[in-house]
Design a protein around this ligand. Sequence first.
Ligand code: HEM
Length: 392
Amino acid sequence: MEHIQQSPTDPAFVQDPYPFYERARALGEVVFWNDYDMPVALSLGAVNAILKARTMGREPPKRPPSQKHLADFDRVESHSLLELEPPDHTRLRRMVQHAFSTRRIAALSLDISVLTYSLIDALPRGEAFDLLEGFAGPLPVLVITRLMGLPDEDARQLQAWSNAMVAMYQARRNRAVEEAASKAAAAFEDYLRRAIAAKTSAPGEDLISDLIRVREQDDALSEAEMISTCVLLLNAGHEATVHTIANGVKTLLEKKTPVAALEPTAIESTVEEILRFDPPLHKFTRYVYEDTTVSGVELTAGTEIGCLLAAANRDPTVWPGARMFDTTRKVTKNASFGAGIHFCIGAALARLEMQIALPALFARCPNLALAGVPEYGDTYHFHGLTRLMVTF
Ligand code: HEM
């Protein structure tokens, strides 16, 4: 296996990681990334093979004992279905999956449209403003907050806890990030315990109440699991969508994409191209449980391997001219939502939000323009903008 060097916090890489992915892929479908001290997969075939393999998984073969300053964070994470493998993963996933069925999600269209237009109508006219702050941020945060049955006024606080927790997965993680994440996890847990108690006495038509009903029926969900599931849904439910909307608006403006790409007949493929071209999550890892060969590379049990989703999305053997943003290309399933048993539960919801948000934004603000050069944050493996200054 070839080795390659690249700091994930190098400013040039943070702004544009794609040249590195090309350099690495030229060495092989699976190469060793020295800075992470692990092999990484770069082609769509290798990434899908790893994510679908039953000989690999997200749960570490042996969980190291929790450090004291991380105890609260680790407790919440240890019951998260994203961190588990079968049979626990299967049991927890089944309980939330029905809430995210395509039919149930499609029924949210009207509510999402109303919210979208109310956010757009509140945007300042004639002066530069941050679209992340005014639109791309609040839309997914409010959608998931309402879906869970929590009040709009709490959305900002929920977003702040979420931001502190997901920072744990960034290359810039340090002691201060760890302490902030654990503090956020404890406060989040406390908030949800109270919300669950309130909904147990007065259930509503929302996701937390649904989980309470499931729990009362067959007692297959502990309170700790329920809290972790709610934290996961609230965090995963907006972090990536916020940045996909912002990355997408940036790309559409930079590439001077014709408005025809946002017409009802074209919007689905435009959203898929946005997801392929500049996704918000670039790297997820798996542990190898049994010796496995991927794309001719032998991976021994105990190895941790990275799947570079954004590199897989630029695989030139799958997408001719993969560097080009082309909303008219034939849709081929990209890696942005993962694959296998951890495939994103919220994919249909995220797609729907983008399919509503982007046409509405460009229709209401036909002369929307960038006001300054957008910059990505130093948050790898997340790939999102710090702000998106625009005018209209
Ligand atoms: C554009 C937006 C989104 C992107 C790019 C995205 C991406 C992903 C990816 C790549 C995974 C799999 C991680 C892995 O295999 O290790 C995942 C899992 C997950 N996502 Fe999303 N996601 C998005 C939006 C959402 C939304 C709106 C929700 C709604 C609640 C959501 C909920 C989840 C959950 C619960 C999981 C864990 C599934 C499991 O472990 O079985 N995501 N997402």
